[in-house]
Design a protein around this ligand. Structure first.
Ligand code: NDP
Ligand code: 2IT
Length: 451
């Protein structure tokens, strides 16, 4: 139980964060969770407290905001906003994805960049943290419009990135197509072929397993949590939200390990397939989402199953839940439904998908809860391996990379257990991930003195 002193420290800390960063609710949420985990630890390790490491960590190294103008297919000028929040390069070059979605604000990239600090630290690889993107909406745009936008976006971002400075990758709305246009523009303007982006296609320096890595890694992490409880994914009924990159490869690995996936979703609703998604149905989803860029409802129409319009999948009975769409997509009521239906484990494929009161409820009710910083770190981990392969000018094979990914997820799980607190016999992986992620970055910062 937190002491009165701890509660008042956290309260003061958060009052200050809110005063300095008004209206950035997602950022407040991300910081609050970390401070709640880390403060009790630094009370017993005063070198971090005396050096004000936590206070320093919540200030990004720098924030870049810029105008992006481009011409649409009708010859009209379009104006978007570009962002890159370079949060910390304490343990390596800035590293993290780009998100293109109309809902994003500076708040979005501050929360994502902050989370990335701890996640990248957990990967065991030398990567700092950043996040960026734009309020550009790729939905409904032609390939040429996406190309012109990406070229305009990179024309400005180029000043701030580099293979040893800052290495962006994909996230929501940024996949192989966008990375291709961004990389091509970088190459053209610099006349250099460098590993400045990850998530590249295989022909020009991409890594095998990168596109699968976040989803596969998340399932590997959940498998570790279950193994620690003498269980496995085999035979488990799993609900997945989203139907993009992370959701697709989460489903693929669940199927390979003998589990059953019964849902996908997108921003219009959920498809419920009680007979289970097969590899063949999954190939349909990949073509639908990655090539035709259609809506998930088509899955229900094609395979004759239910479409829950405007709904998320958390009321569907399951053993394991994989929120893999976006932030704050799973509320306290959803968590109550999951527990009532017998859910035993949850792996956060998305970043911060579970609302804070839902996280607490799930952990208190004995659900093995794999937080995003740990569970979805496989994506950025294989990005780190892509950087290594680019530097060495070699390509590792598929089996080698999948084994490396699996080993990294095991190491992340062990680090979490090492620092986890105990919640009535269930490991608190949230505390474990936050503290383990914190310690490596904090020790590096202490080495540098005051900066
Ligand atoms: P994609 O763009 O490939 O897919 C996103 C999916 O989430 C789509 O199904 C989309 O539906 C849905 N979605 C997005 N925004 C919303 C919203 N506001 N409300 C409801 N549904 C929404 O992205 P990714 O799969 O790459 O990313 C999914 C999550 O995983 C994000 O939280 C991302 O930060 C996280 N992540 C991604 C990694 C990666 O390597 N790609 C690594 C680690 C984490 P629709 O098409 O209708 O918008
Ligand atoms: O949230 C994430 O970790 C990502 N979107 C992947 C970042 C990366 O650099 O591969």
């Amino acid at each position: 139980m937190p002491t009165i002193q701890t509660n008042s420290y956290i309260q003061d800390f958060m009052d200050n964060v809110k005063a300095k960063n008004p209206a950035e609710k997602d950022f407040h949420q991300a910081v609050h969770e970390v401070v709640e985990s880390v403060y009790p630890y630094i009370v017993n390790h005063p070198r971090y407290k005396d050096a004000k490491i936590l206070e320093r960590m919540i200030e990004p190294d720098r924030i870049i905001i810029f105008r992006v103008c481009w011409e649409d297919d009708n010859g009209n000028t379009q104006i978007n906003r570009g962002f890159r929040v370079q949060f910390s390069n304490a343990i390596g070059p800035y590293k993290g994805g780009l998100r293109f979605h109309p809902s994003v604000t500076l708040d979005t990239f501050k929360f994502l960049g902050f989370e990335q600090v701890f996640k990248n630290s957990l990967t065991t690889l030398p990567m700092g943290a950043a996040k960026g993107g734009s309020d550009f909406d790729p939905k409904g745009k032609s390939d040429r419009e996406v190309m012109r936008f990406c070229q305009a976006f990179m024309t400005e971002l180029i000043r701030h990135i580099g293979k040893d400075t800052d290495v962006p990758a994909g996230d929501i709305g940024v996949g192989a197509r966008e990375i291709g246009y961004l990389f091509g523009q970088h190459k053209r303007l610099t006349n250099r072929f460098t590993g400045v982006l990850t998530g590249k296609s295989l022909e020009y320096g991409g890594s095998l397993i990168r596109k699968e890595a976040t989803g596969y890694g998340c399932v590997f992490f959940v498998e570790e949590m279950l193994k620690n409880n003498e269980q496995s994914i085999e035979g488990k009924r799993c609900v997945v939200s989203g139907s993009g990159n992370v959701a697709q490869y989460t489903a693929e690995k669940v199927i390979q390990l003998g589990g059953t996936v019964v849902s996908f979703s997108d921003s219009s609703g959920t498809v419920y397939d009680p007979s289970g998604v097969t590899q063949e149905k999954l190939e349909f989803v990949k073509a639908l989402k990655n090539e035709r860029r259609g809506r998930i409802k088509e899955y229900a129409d094609k395979f004759g199953c239910e479409f829950l319009e405007g709904k998320r999948p958390w009321n569907i009975e399951c053993d394991v839940a994989f929120p893999s769409a976006t932030q704050n997509e799973l509320s306290l009521d959803d968590a109550k439904a999951l527990v009532a239906n017998g859910c035993q484990a949850l792996g956060e494929g998305a970043n911060m998908p579970t609302e804070p009161d839902a996280v607490k409820f799930l952990i208190e009710n004995g659900v093995l809860f794999g937080p995003a910083k740990a569970a979805n770190a496989g994506g950025v981990a294989v990005s780190g391996l892509e950087m290594t392969q680019n530097s060495m000018r070699i390509s590792w094979d598929r089996n080698d990379l999948e084994t490396r990914l699996q080993n990294i997820m095991k190491q992340i799980h062990s680090q979490c257990l090492q620092f986890s607190t105990d919640a009535n016999g269930t490991p608190n992986y949230v505390d474990g991930a936050n503290i383990a992620g914190f310690v490596k970055v904090a020790d590096a910062m202490l080495s540098y003195g005051i900066q």
